[in-house]
Design a protein around this ligand. Sequence first.
Ligand SMILES: *Cc1c(COP(=O)(O)O)cnc(C)c1O
Length: 342
Amino acid sequence: MSENRLFEKIKAIPKRNYSKQITPLQKLSNLSLALGGEVDIYIKRDDLLPFGGNKARKLEFLFQEAVDRSADTIITASTVQCNHNLMALLMANMEGMKTELILEHWAKSDYQYALDPNQHLYEFGGVSRTVSCGDPVTGPLHTMELALKMKADLEARGKNPYILARGGTCPLGNCGYVLCAGELLEQAKEKQVAFDYVVCPSGTGGTQAGLMIGLEQGGASAPVIGINVAQKNEKQLGAVCGALEGTAALLNVKAPDRDKIICHEEYVGEGYSKPTAELKEAIELLARTEGVLLDPVYSGKTMAGLIGLIRKNVIRKGSTVVFLHTGGFTPYYDYSSMAEMF
Ligand SMILES: *Cc1c(COP(=O)(O)O)cnc(C)c1O
């Protein structure tokens, strides 16, 4: 069958084995009941991956590329509220590589490094250098220019740096989520769970795009519902579409149709990492009914979306849904912006 061929083909791509174990698929009966008992909710626990979340599935491919190129230093970037930089730093340490990080802080113009607990974590991890990149308008482009400059500086000093994609999102990294879809399909078959939807965060869009390709190629018709965590659909649909096309091209399969992309923008609130009342409710509800913690930037907003869509009957009564918990270092996030909500 063609679906198996694709998963086998990706499994044959060399990678570090950061996500060796299969992450659990668990039923959230208490949460389902708390929401009226008419939708069955399952959770895919990618928060239990080594290094704490979804980046492990993407970065195991990218670190293999870095190892194959004999890199001695990793240069990478993410927002300060994201897990990516810390995870990449820890993985680089394991691989015996140095790390230079670009910190984007486009949510707060008055960002102060010294006060950010994340900075301490980078220092615990022995980061070689952190460089600030704060301009919200020129963000990603500016980030790449900076990365290229850092690369040239390192090369001038005789080093062999590897630029690791921002947030781990690039066609090779996204293959991790194509494989995750295959893993989910196998698990669901084994447990006899026929799911109608998958709900995941839509940040850079790599996770969502990988899942969409994997489910489609695996013969599943369940749509992947992305909950935007950073921006409105005007930009987000393009981001997911770009990730779909790039990843499908790398794998030599047909990209899912553009009109199959589902993104919900109504749970972003004022913007990336800005809290909402629905986010607070979602974190409380899951912690109190199921003992599972969510973070206030990605998985919390995504759960807020899931709850909202069940209440609006967009996720229909009588259906079964899988929530992808993408994880994150919960204490690593800055919750101070939520202080006024308690
Ligand atoms: C990076 C991240 C995301 C976003 O994934 P994308 O592939 O960028 O859309 C979601 N959840 C967590 C915990 C993350 O760290």
